[in-house]
Design a protein around this ligand. Structure first.
Ligand SMILES: *[C@@H]1O[C@H](CO)[C@@H](O)[C@H](O)[C@H]1NC(C)=O
Length: 395
């Protein structure tokens, strides 16, 4: 009996170890990695038509689906979302228009309300892994983004190549090129200067957002946006897999993180590294050297079980470190933080780092999970703080 039990126990252990090794083997292949990192085939809006934004809770013709050309993915599927007070002012004319996909968006009233208002603000939205522009907490997120100035703040959101209706296969290069194409559309077709644009991003989108912010800051002359918001960002893919737990409980690769050499070896198989910690530093250094005004806000909930909030603390340190010619060690920095931290009780805490050129702000919330936070008032406040600081005449 004992022998049999032992036999079955060892068979199950062998099977589990075999499955785990098989999974690791699969993870070293680029195609499987792409599916794990981007989850682009998990749409979550299967039974709804993205061309009918009304079915996601929008008013008739409040949201215009259209396409943006990208060198990486041919065409990207995008939504332009009107803020509610602006919609109210033009309700009759909007309702009289055709709704649904716009082959020529420049012929639509909603687009003209964006292009022709010299005070309009635009938020370019970079969503996280999986899903489409319409899934999960993204729709409440769009409302929170424009709630502070609902006759001024428009939202532009899109699916990266390989996601939803955008063709192609996702990759680090491809996603960056897609986001650059969307910014180019906003500045060239809609005519909105970077000073009236804010880049909002969550989760995987934060890595794209840093790449894009860095790209434009490095142009000559530099293009720096009113601000960049990162919700639930991560340091890089290697640290992400080291800390990631499936459904918050089953560690994927973290057991291996105890064997640094093996982990480092597996790390060499990572195709898309998304080195956000380097990009955030490069972005800040470039702006400081060019004396460009910049604002960067990092927001993370302590109860985020997909990506632990420690990632934000590390990124914040890398950002602040880049403002100091001689740098700051993590321990020095922790002490400075402790002294300047504003404790908001059950709402969490805020630390702000100001230089002559920029404001870097870290908000650690007590609650908000990984994506529920996107529809919360902290998001509205973060947007308003950035737009008002960039141009105090906004109100
Ligand atoms: C911090 O900044 C210093 C000075 O620029 C740099 O030498 C150092 O590598 C930075 N530290 C990290 C962890 O990036």
């Amino acid at each position: 009996m004992a022998y049999l039990l032992f036999k079955y126990a060892s068979i199950s252990v062998a099977v589990l170890v075999g499955l785990y090794a098989g999974l690791l083997g699969l993870l070293t292949t680029p195609a499987f990695q792409a599916h794990v990192v981007y989850l682009h085939k998990i749409q979550m809006t299967w039974f709804k038509d993205l061309d009918v934004p009304e079915s996601f809770g929008f008013l008739r013709s409040q949201t215009t689906p259209f396409a943006i050309k990208s060198s990486a993915s041919e065409t990207l599927y995008a939504w332009h979302i009107l803020p509610i007070e602006l919609y109210r002012q033009h309700e009759l004319a909007l309702v009289a228009e055709p709704s649904g996909f716009a082959v020529d968006i420049t012929s639509r009233l909603a687009f003209k309300l964006l292009r022709d208002d010299p005070d309009a603000r635009l938020i370019i939205h970079l969503h996280g892994a999986g899903g489409t522009v319409g899934s999960g907490y993204r729709v409440p997120n769009y409302r929170a983004l424009s709630a502070g100035q609902p006759n001024k703040i428009h939202v532009l959101t899109f699916d990266y190549g390989g996601f939803g209706r955008s063709r192609g296969t996702p990759s680090e290069r491809g996603l960056c090129q897609d986001a650059i194409a969307v910014v180019d559309w906003a500045t060239e077709v809609a005519g909105i200067p970077p000073s009236r644009i804010l880049i909002f991003s969550q989760s995987l989108g934060t890595a794209v957002s840093l790449a894009v912010s860095e790209h434009f800051a490095l142009q000559s002359p530099p293009k720096v946006f009113a601000g960049t918001i990162l919700v639930a960002p991560f340091v890089d893919v290697a640290m992400l897999v080291a800390t990631y737990r499936i459904a918050g409980s089953i560690p994927l690769l973290s057991p291996l993180a105890r064997f640094p050499l093996l982990f480092k070896y597996l790390g060499t198989f990572i195709q898309d590294k998304w080195l956000s910690k380097d990009r955030i530093a490069q972005y800040i250094r470039t702006n400081e050297a060019n004396e460009e005004k910049y604002q960067l806000t990092l927001i993370h909930a302590e109860d985020d079980y997909d990506i632990p909030s420690h990632h934000t603390e590390v990124l914040f340190w890398h950002a602040v470190n880049a403002t100091e010619p001689r740098g700051v060690t993590y321990d020095e920095f922790k002490e400075v933080k402790q002294n300047s931290k504003r404790d908001l009780g059950a709402a969490g805490s805020v630390v702000e780092w100001r230089t002559e050129n920029g404001i870097i702000r870290e908000e650690i919330l007590k609650t908000g999970l990984h994506d529920v936070v996107m529809g919360d008032p902290v998001i509205t406040m973060a947007v308003m703080r950035i737009f008002e600081t960039a141009d105090p005449s906004l109100n």
